[in-house]
Design a protein. Structure first.
Length: 235
């Protein structure tokens, strides 16, 4: 079980980290850690069991508004190893299959005793997570704006097989394996935004282009699903 301390979390109470209160009755508690989202451990366990019973695909095993399986999640109960905390941790890791789950050392009691940021009243009921952008990455909103307005050349570096299932109408397709040989199809004077299916190939392509002297380049570091009509959804 991965743990984080109070000092670290106090510095990371931002939209790039998801804080979850899993205490019994968390939705009606009179105070909580600032930015926390409330969902009881028992509810998480129930959802995890339902996923298993229905054989739900891993990508669909998510909390509302948290499709990113690598999102940093910090859970807390009254204490570090309270039963509800252990149950919630196992549910999120084994049932939901989130990759980056940690537990707050000392729980809410230690946090409150140290006078760290809390809010009165019940926790929020919605997750407001914003994925932290790595170097070169652009936000889904910026990608959508540039793609729809023609403000950049959209470079698709997915495999040929994947592209047969759907492609953005005005994009240029050059598989990542052929990108270096196909650089002549691109202009260094253009703004270029790269995408693949998950962001992994797009980041490799971004680094290749930058190393080859392309200055105005960005990439989508998110999952994008494209249908036959060219319509798409970014998760």
């Amino acid at each position: 079980m991965i743990v984080v301390n109070n000092t670290w979390l106090a510095k990371n109470l931002d939209p790039h980290h998801v804080v979850i209160d899993v205490r019994l009755g968390c939705s009606t508690k009179t105070s909580h850690i600032k930015t926390a989202f409330a969902i009881e451990a028992g509810k998480l366990q129930s959802m995890a069991r339902e996923f298993k019973a229905k054989k739900t695909k891993s990508g669909k095993r998510t909390l509302p508004a948290l499709a990113d399986k690598k999102a940093p999640i910090i859970i807390y109960g009254d204490e570090t190893k309270a039963q509800d905390v252990l149950a919630a941790f196992n549910a999120l890791v084994s049932g939901f299959r989130y990759k980056n789950v940690a537990v707050l050392t000392g729980g809410f009691k230690a946090w409150n005793d140290k006078g760290l940021p809390t809010e009165k009243g019940p926790c929020g009921t919605k997750i407001a997570y914003v994925k932290k952008l790595v170097k070169g990455a652009i936000s889904p909103a910026d990608f959508k704006k540039l793609e729809e307005t023609g403000g950049a050349v959209v470079l698709d570096v997915r495999s040929k097989k994947t592209v047969t299932k759907g492609k953005l109408k005005n994009s240029i397709h050059i598989p990542l394996d052929n990108l270096e040989a196909g650089l002549g199809k691109l202009s260094k004077a253009d703004k270029i935004i790269v995408h693949c299916k998950t962001g992994v190939r797009a980041e490799i392509a971004y680094n290749l282009l930058k190393n080859k002297g392309f200055k105005d380049v960005g990439f989508l570091n998110s999952i994008i699903n494209i249908d036959k009509s060219g319509s798409y959804r970014i998760e």
